[in-house]
Design a protein around this ligand. Structure first.
Ligand code: HAM
Length: 427
């Protein structure tokens, strides 16, 4: 007996009810991105492993332990299923010289892969909508990203969301802070946990990001990066905040917000909620002014963010009711030798007229077909028996409200239905 095949742990199927909700969400998101002038970019799901080592950082959780990496059996290339979209987007922009003349406002969406321990809101294949603005130096674009997020949450009616904000300064400021932080952590070395000890010299900022309650006192008293910012970084951070105040977007400065990827500098932010338990952050991003150069492009400032779609979908309670979305307009039932081809042609004609039409397949009597028509959610049944076929007529029966059945020729039926369904007498 063969073993039962199942999907991969942490990678989910989206069944039709849920997939329809996702499509409705994606439509809202696309309109929102267009309203801010962002354009789509699509890049492959598989990238050279080196991209993420150089882009995301050797000492991040993602690169150290979460990537799906493998060797191409045919040519020995080292490949990785993308764990995030920024590095891919930047690679593509460099490769195709998109920053040659213009700055770029871009977005992407799709699956990302991280080998994490699955739980509610955390999966091994998950989906992001990512937004990247490349070639912009000023604080205005940082503020634009935050304000556009706020608009989307408002449009979706998300509740209990908080914006956390921090600045990571520039490389020199981080280096000074890093030296002080290492000295401080070394003084407390014997109290650190295993992760903390390991990261102490490799990536001390990440020690501050620990979830271990036993380390909270040490972390709270550690030197704060915010206190090491120079005049330029402070000015940038202050300007972002001024624009947020101007736009009436509330925020909380969290000096311990460091992000899990190494490419950030200056502004970083996370949108969190109390409604998702441990997976509180549903959208995050910030500035990454060195990444383009680091990946081989001409130095160019940039910033961006990505939302976790599964997490936003969990928050979007008011999303369309399951099953309420994609009901057809019409369900065509038919019985009889002559009826079938006539009904089949009529269904095509009605689709050409703009209706969503389900054609009954699989035979059966009128009664059972009418049950299916009703269950489909269609507004009208289009009924064809041999008598109708011989007369060239369609019988139209309202399924959602009371009303007489009428018989009309196909063209006239299309007009009559357009009027009933869209209030459109021009059809
Ligand atoms: P990130 O913080 O690693 O940033 O991921 C962004 C969002 O993706 C998270 O806030 C979370 O909602 C979602 N996410 C991450 N991992 C998982 C998971 N295992 N399961 C479900 N959702 C998850 C980035 O990826 C950056 N590329 C964001 C960015 C764009 N920064 C600048 N531009």
């Amino acid at each position: 007996m063969s073993t039962k095949l199942q999907g991969v742990r942490g990678m989910n199927d989206l069944l039709p009810d849920e997939a329809e909700r996702w499509e409705a969400f994606e439509e809202i998101v696309r309109d929102w991105l267009k309203s801010y002038g962002y354009r789509p970019i699509r890049s492959p799901i598989v990238e050279p492993t080196a991209l993420f080592h150089r882009g995301v950082g050797e000492h991040t959780d993602i690169v150290e332990k979460e990537m799906y990496s493998f060797e191409d059996r045919l040519n020995g290339e080292q490949l990785t299923l993308r764990p995030e979209g920024t590095a891919s987007c930047v690679r593509s922009v460099i490769e195709h010289n998109l920053l040659f003349q213009n700055s770029q406002r871009l977005y992407y969406s799709g699956p990302m892969f991280r080998h994490e321990r699955p739980q509610k809101g955390r999966y091994r294949q998950f989906h992001q909508v990512g937004v990247e603005a490349l070639g912009f130096a000023g604080p205005d674009i940082d503020a634009e990203h935050i304000v556009m997020c706020r608009r989307l949450w408002d449009d979706l009616g998300l509740e209990d969301v908080e914006l956390q904000l921090n600045s990571l300064g520039d490389a020199a400021e981080r280096a000074t802070h890093r030296a002080e932080l290492i000295a401080y952590l070394e003084r407390h070395q014997d109290q650190l946990d295993e992760d903390g000890k390991r990261r102490l010299h490799a990536n001390p900022l990440r020690v501050l990001d620990t979830k271990n309650p036993a380390l909270q006192d040490i972390v709270d008293a550690a030197p704060k990066l915010l206190d090491y910012l120079g005049a330029e970084s402070l000015k940038h951070f202050e300007a972002v905040q001024a624009m947020l105040r101007e736009a009436a977007v509330p925020y909380r400065i969290n000096p311990r917000l460091v992000r899990g990827l190494d490419y950030y500098n200056r502004t970083v932010f996370e949108w969190t909620t109390t409604r998702l338990g441990a997976q509180a952050t549903f959208c995050a991003g910030g500035r990454y002014d060195s990444l383009i150069e680091q990946l081989g492009g001409r130095a160019s400032p940039a910033c961006g963010f990505a939302m976790g779609m599964e997490r936003v979908m969990l928050l979007w309670q008011d999303g369309l009711e399951a099953g309420s979305l994609v009901s057809p307009d019409l369900y065509v039932v038919h019985q009889g030798e002559r009826a079938q081809p006539f009904a089949f042609r009529a269904a095509e004609l009605l689709r050409s007229a703009g209706f969503a039409v389900v054609f009954h397949c699989g035979g059966g009597g009128f009664k059972s077909q009418m049950k299916k028509a009703d269950a489909s959610g269609a507004a009208f049944a289009v009924i064809v028996g041999d008598d109708e076929a011989a007369a060239g007529m369609l019988a139209l029966k309202p399924l959602r409200e009371a009303g007489e059945q009428v018989s009309l020729a196909p063209e006239a039926a299309a007009e009559w239905l357009a009027e009933r369904l869209y209030g459109d007498d021009e059809a």
